[in-house]
Design a protein around this ligand. Structure first.
Ligand code: CDP
Ligand code: MG
Length: 737
């Protein structure tokens, strides 16, 4: 798999030679005024098959094009409103000519597998068709999405198409946010939310149709849903089930759903030329930036926008910064470049930006995670830059270690990415890896999440649905036995299951919270340590998934000082977050305070929402949410440790840490307030591990090892914590301020 150093070196030499060659013979086109030092050489390798307007194979498509042309003429004739324009757009989608046929198929079949290219209109149109023909009179029409951003943006779009207010007839529900009402007939939701709904409504009786969308993504939650809805349709003959997917895996879905019929929407794809780099790129973020600029100066503006696939928010922010910097340096020598980032945690106001039409004379570049692979359709993209990576969860059942790792994408995913360039016109896809690497180093298909994740949360959910025999659950792909056993063990250790694997009372209460089992255990235990209010704030902040602390490059020092102000008083990252939240709350949730303290307003507001939701759930499991013990780090961290006693590490000789049970070497993440501590704590509890350059612990706090024996006597013996007991814990670090 790996190339020898010699080979890589040789390749890099040939590359250099090529570049010099190119520089010596600049073409006389304008673009070469701006040859970059670090120009990347691409080779064109293949062109995907595509359909374009001249190819009138399908009579339907022919008809449609005729209709489109007529529509265009009409549009040209009379001025129309924004909404009329939107309606005309609906009729141009590839799914539209198949509307009647599709509805007839739904009538005849209880389960349908719906297949169509990204952008055909599956997500936005199908629920409306079902609504228009009257299914919504029998019950809601539900449609799941693997991602929050997609659920929200699609709901917004459809409410616009239907000319109704979002949250009324068309709504969405995602974890910690419910934007639906009594009036809602079309409901978009994350697949995780539907799982939660099944907990309270096991037969989905309020729905007449359920669409499991983006099924090809095979998220953990979708996979569990497949098993559950397959069962539900057996005793709900009136429930229509649609499994909707991009062009991958249709046969597999059909087979799994007892040979369900497949409804195929013929694609309207234009050919895409695929380019590879001549040699591997060491830094794909930088290579992506260079390629964006290369495209921007060498291809006419107006020939299409650019979509770049990166792996996460951090990379996207870095790339954005570099791009801004470089375009600024190039000044008026290039036309305007609009930079639009998109990733899961992006605030919704900013999401809207990616769908806006690019003004004349400018070019849009969308920097996205794999969210733009199939979930979001952005019109006008003609150039795709594929770094060949994404972030994937990986789970080692033996060590119990779950980490988010930057991983090469599969060939299928890479082809899907390339397809984004050919939606509206013939396109180009630039792969930042070699053709050899595509052939030999990429897996054919992405491994479903269920095969590479910690199952704790879903096992708890399935158990509370009364599904006790998990080994015989009808999984589309069975999770590895050791992963299942591992999560059962973990839930047992947390006290959620008894020794015959049944849900305990504690487990039932834990399942009420839409949180990882360790977090819900901490919430429940906070009652015992009389710090419910504090734990709720901390857990809400931990659930954000990204830091609330803002650190602009040019004001790093000020930002760090602001953050360290919250750290004063000890208790590590957990207490730091808590103090930040509490201080903000005491200013009556002031935005100005956030700016002064380098806190991301939107993130912390979201924490407030999450906290409110958790408070409500506390009532349901009879926890008094008002119990509070301000400024008591020990109480807070004992409650946290009650859930996270699995995640404990001990200081090693050389400043690294060893996880206590698995003896793995890990490090404090540089973003932690404890990372620069002169006297690092001997024992730590950590929130999660993230593997980037090293195995890092994210969100850490110092603990007293004697707590472990007190809190989890079934898991820790005196001997586990003995040797360091003699050395005293640095007291100052764990006391309140
Ligand atoms: O689900 P599928 O990929 O088949 O297509 P879709 O998401 O229903 O998108 C159909 C069309 O709706 C796209 O071509 C976009 O133009 C438009 N759309 C939009 O403008 N804004 C959104 N948030 C989602 C879709
Ligand atoms: Mg879709």
């Amino acid at each position: 798999r790996e190339k020898s150093e010699q080979e890589l070196w040789e390749e890099s030499q040939t590359r250099k030679a090529d570049i010099t060659h190119k520089k010596k013979k600049p073409s006389n086109e304008k673009q070469y005024d701006l040859v970059f030092e670090d120009q990347i050489d691409f080779v064109m390798q293949e062109t995907t098959k595509g359909y374009d307007k001249r190819d009138k194979k399908h009579s339907k498509v022919k008809e449609m094009i005729k209709k489109e042309d007529e529509d265009d003429k009409l549009v040209a004739l009379k001025p129309i409103t924004e909404h009329e324009k939107i309606l005309a757009g609906r009729k141009k989608l590839p799914v539209f000519p198949y509307r009647e046929e599709f509805l007839a198929a739904v009538k005849d079949h209880q389960i349908l597998v719906l297949v169509g290219e990204t952008g055909s209109g599956k997500t936005t149109q199908i629920p409306q068709y079902l609504h228009e023909i009257g299914y919504s009179e029998l019950g809601k029409i539900g449609c799941t999405q693997p991602r929050r951003v997609a659920a929200m943006s699609v709901a917004a779009r459809v409410s616009q198409e239907m000319n109704v207010k979002l949250g009324k007839e068309v709504g969405y529900s995602i974890r910690f946010e419910n934007c639906t009402s009594e009036a809602t007939v079309i409901q978009y939701m994350t697949d995780g939310m539907l799982l939660r709904e099944i907990l309270t409504e096991p037969d989905l009786s309020s729905y007449s149709c359920m669409i499991i969308d983006e099924a090809h993504e095979r998220t953990l939650h979708s996979d569990i849903l497949f098993g559950l809805v397959k069962d539900i349709v057996r005793f709900r003959p009136d429930l229509k089930l649609i499994i909707s997917s991009a062009t991958m895996d249709a046969e597999k879905f059909s087979k799994y759903f007892d040979d369900a019929s497949i409804f195929m929407i013929p694609g309207r794809m234009f050919p895409v030329d695929i380019f590879y780099t001549k040699s591997p790129e060491a830094d794909y973020v930088d290579a992506a930036v260079v390629t964006v600029l290369q495209i921007h100066v060498s291809q006419p503006v107006g020939s299409g926008d650019v979509l770049v696939f990166l792996t996460g928010q951090e990379e996207i922010e870095t790339a954005t910064e570099i791009l801004i910097q470089r375009t600024r340096n190039l000044g008026s020598r290039i036309s305007e470049l609009l930079i639009c980032p998109v990733y899961a945690n992006l605030p919704s106001e900013q999401q809207a930006k990616i769908f806006e039409k690019t003004p004349k004379g400018a070019r849009k570049v969308v920097l996205a995670t794999n969210i733009a692979e199939t979930s979001l359709t952005i019109d006008g993209i003609c150039y795709v830059i594929d770094t060949g990576f994404n972030k994937q969860k990986s789970y080692n059942a033996r060590s119990g270690m779950e980490s988010l790792v930057v991983t090469p994408v599969s060939q299928a995913a890479s082809n899907q990415r390339a397809g984004r360039a050919g939606r509206t016109a013939p396109g180009k896809c630039f792969r930042l890896f070699t053709a050899w690497s595509f052939q030999h180093e990429l897996d054919a298909n992405t491994i479903p999440e269920i095969l590479r994740t910690n199952l704790g949360n879903v096992v708890l959910m399935l158990k509370s649905l009364g599904i006790n025999d998990l080994i015989h659950f009808d999984f589309m792909d069975k999770p590895p036995a050791d992963a299942l056993i591992r999560s059962l063990e973990q839930l047992y250790a947390l006290g959620a299951l008894n020794d015959v694997g049944e849900l305990t009372k504690l487990g039932r209460r834990m399942a009420e919270f839409p949180l990882e089992p360790m977090l819900s255990k901490s919430v429940i235990c906070s009652e015992k340590y009389k710090c419910v209010s504090e734990v709720l704030s901390t857990v809400a902040m931990l659930s954000l998934g990204s830091s609330v602390f803002y650190r602009p490059k040019e004001k790093k020092i000020m930002a760090d000082t602001a953050r360290m102000n919250f750290a004063r008083g000890g208790g590590g990252d957990h207490a730091t977050m808590l103090r930040c939240y509490t201080d903000w709350a005491s200013t009556d949730y002031s935005d100005g305070w956030c700016f002064e303290n380098f806190v991301q307003v939107r993130s912390i507001r979201r924490a407030r929402d999450i906290r409110e939701q958790l408070e409500n759930l506390c009532e349901r499991v009879e926890i008094d949410k008002t119990v509070s013990k301000p400024d008591d780090n020990d109480a807070l961290l004992k409650a946290i440790t009650s859930g996270f006693f699995y995640n404990v590490a001990k200081l090693g000789r050389t400043g690294d840490y060893q996880t206590v049970k698995q003896q793995r070497t890990v490090y404090i993440h540089p973003s932690s307030v404890l990372s620069k501590e002169e006297e690092p704590p001997l024992w730590l509890v950590y929130f999660e591990l993230a593997f980037t350059t090293k195995e890092f612990m994210r969100q850490v706090a110092p603990i007293d090892p004697s707590w472990l024996v007190e809190i989890a006597p079934h898991y820790y013996q005196q001997s586990d914590v003995e040797d360091s007991k003699a050395k005293k814990m640095p007291k100052s670090k764990s006391r309140g301020r």
